[in-house]
Design a protein around this ligand. Sequence first.
Ligand code: AMP
Ligand code: MG
Length: 410
Amino acid sequence: MLAISSELPISNCQLIKSLVITEDEARRQILDKVRPLDKRAVLLAGALECFAAEDYFARLPLPAFDNSAMDGYAVVASSCKKGGRLHLIGEQPAGPDRKLRVRDGEAVRIFTGAMLPQGADAIVMQEDVTRGGVEITLNADVDAGDFVRRRGCDLAEGQMILAKGERIRASTVALLASQGFSEVIVGGKATAAVISTGDELVKPGEQLQPGQIYDSNSVLLNALLLRCGATATAVEHCRDDRQSLGDAIKRGIKNHVLIISGGVSVGEHDLVKEALSQLGAKIEIWRVAVKPGKPFLFGKIGDSFVFGLPGNPVSAFVTFLQFVRPAILRMMGATDLDLPQVPATLAVELTNDGDRPHYIRGRLENEKFTPIGRQESHALFGLSQANALLRVGAGQSLKADEIVSVQIWD
Ligand code: AMP
Ligand code: MG
């Protein structure tokens, strides 16, 4: 029988246990270390998924002038009634200002977006008119303001159009362009390297030998980085040996962020922590009380932040979203670092008997959240069917039909 003396130094196992921190603590430590990168000016075409580094205000009202919402005729509403006739005095297309003036009993042929001629206060759409030479007959009643887009009705001059830290979307670049901005000042672009470790990994497209699997984390992490607006400058596979790992890390730390998948757990082939330490990395976090994803690692080596994600695909996915994504967003100047949360009715009863919060993968449809697939960290198919995560706290029980808050990423 093996006797364990109380005088023995603290065991590895105890040491490891004492290092496990909570998710909140991990996030706090990470966000404490990570700073926004220098801002830069980019052309609108390259601004998508960047974050504004300044507040922007409208230089122009929208619309900038009263104009027609229809192809039709500009008229004085008080001089119009159904069946009445109007005399055509000219044409106002979009673009040039023809400086026309409409009086009672007159009409100007007008097109969508064209300036409203002086005196006109309504547009009759061409479908409501019978045209005969230089005369039109009205087939509908006309009210002042009909089909007129008033100056400033959409946006007033000076109104804020984009706040510092806001994500730039397709509609944002369109709005900036409508204001005459050709470029925008945004936060810096985070660059990242991805290293997928594992002797068992084979590149998709190549031949598998017994016991081997295809590397899916490389493309997963590349895709998640793109979704954050970051650039993956290098994505490489690395075998589980100290030399290759050390070399790959040296290449990877030329980036703001280095993400290493696999090899961060406690097995003999999990060499990431050791390789990082040998290169002088400061390991700030190793192991977080979260399921899946407990062996998560965070540290700094040179100027690069290193994230070690467990190799199981669902663990890599969950830890990326919970810890890497907010860090990258902060670097890029984002204000909102959290995944969007939406309320949902839980379809089934759920209990977490474990001692770590569990991120349940599920499908959010018609405001109902239904867990989907095997809730195990290797179960990639279930993850592929899911579009939302539900965090169930340690020891927490949730009833069917309860309203819960779920995180969405798509
Ligand atoms: P590890 O974290 O290296 O112990 O790996 C845990 C599990 O994840 C193992 O079953 C690995 O085969 C698997 N795994 C590791 N890396 C990848 C990867 N890049 N793609 C798919 N599965 C992986
Ligand atoms: Mg491995």
